[in-house]
Design a protein around this ligand. Sequence first.
Ligand SMILES: [Zn+2]
Length: 99
Amino acid sequence: MATGPTGNDGMLRIPCPHCGERDYTEFRYGGDASKIRPPHGTADARAWQEYVFLFDNPKGAHLEYWQHVLGCRQWLVLERDTATNAVGKAHLARSQGSP
Ligand SMILES: [Zn+2]
């Protein structure tokens, strides 16, 4: 069986910067990490409506938020290909200021 980002058992493996590579079941998906939150204090309802309710459905390389809920509880930004499920690098979300 092929190995790689999903390991021998076909399970998605996520590289946590604190805990090392772990099964995806230890994590909670947190959404699109490429979306930019409207600035604090913004009262533009259309900007908030788009941020909260409208989502892209990209095919290919994508940045996503994941929280390591059964580990260090840190939020990560993970590179993942939505077409192949190939996992790339992960870094702490707080290092870029969100979520
Ligand atoms: Zn962790």
